[in-house]
Design a protein around this ligand. Structure first.
Ligand code: ARG
Length: 261
């Protein structure tokens, strides 16, 4: 994770960002800190990246890489404004001794890649249409040795896969069908017949931008209907308030890069 001490909306690269809306940075830090504490209280170890001047989106740490089986497939940002973030992530992984594979293709890490470890032996789900280039899906498959399923995102409000879909345990996902092309909706329905399906209200409240340890699902507190659905499906929803970070177009999942050994 990376503290939003330097978070601001200085440019608009997704429909949620409005440079004229003021950001309360102190409140962003407070809300983010509660998310960090929530993860620690659930038993997770949180490593921190140092926020850097001139990189106001660095708080969205999910975009810096995608890690599966201890292999790190690095990011290459679409927009120049975020390009320098990739090096900060790379340095973290290299210092910690992870196997790092540098990308040639444009991709925004866990923003557009999800992993479902026990689905069909281990499946990578990958989004394209706004940020990540489909060529990066093939590159990720070669880097990671896991099948990559390409999914077409068609609604600009859901510009990253992780605002429209999330793994909720080792075999299952939750998603909002309307974010995907009809063909990609069919693919998802075939692969995940038991998926939890979210509605547009919860999706627009960033409810799908969640992290789950298989039992506890940490999600944006505004996604109340989704929390009820997850409860009915046997999970424990853990709501957190992240209103300030919504102004940059992100929530829970965007703030977290998952380290998969
Ligand atoms: N302002 C950031 C951008 O547009 C938000 C990134 C959100 N991160 C995510 N994983 N969806 O790139």
């Amino acid at each position: 994770m990376c503290s939003p001490e330097r978070f601001a909306v200085e440019y608009a690269i997704n429909p949620w960002m409005d440079v004229t809306t003021p950001v309360d940075t102190a409140l962003a830090v407070k809300q983010w800190d509660r998310l960090r504490e929530t993860l620690v209280n659930l038993g997770h170890t949180v490593h921190l990246l140092e926020p850097q001047a001139g990189l106001p989106d660095m708080v969205y740490a999910a975009n810096g890489a995608f890690v599966v089986d201890g292999i790190v497939y690095g990011a290459r940002f679409k927009h120049e404004q975020r390009a320098a973030e990739a090096a900060a992530h790379r340095a973290f992984y290299e210092e910690q001794g992870w196997r790092f594979i540098a990308p040639n293709e444009t991709n925004e890490g866990e923003g557009d890649f999800a992993y479902v470890p026990e689905a069909h032996g281990g499946l990578v789900l990958a989004g394209y249409g706004f940020r990540t280039d489909p060529a990066a899906h093939a590159e990720a498959q070669e880097a990671l040795g896991r099948p990559v399923i390409s999914l077409h995102l068609v609604d600009p409000r859901f510009y990253h896969l992780d605002v429209a879909l999330a793994a909720i345990d080792d075999t299952n996902i939750v998603y909002f069908p309307g974010a995907f092309s009809h063909a990609s909706q069919r693919v998802l329905a075939q692969l995940f017949p038991d998926a939890v399906v979210a509605d547009d209200t919860d999706a627009l409240a960033f409810g799908l931008n969640l992290v789950s340890d298989g039992a506890h699902v940490v999600l944006n507190s505004e996604a109340t209907r989704l929390a009820e659905k997850l409860k009915a499906a046997g999970y424990t929803p853990v709501p957190v308030e992240l209103a300030e970070l919504k102004k940059g177009g992100g929530s829970v999942k965007c703030c977290i890069a998952e380290l998969r050994h």
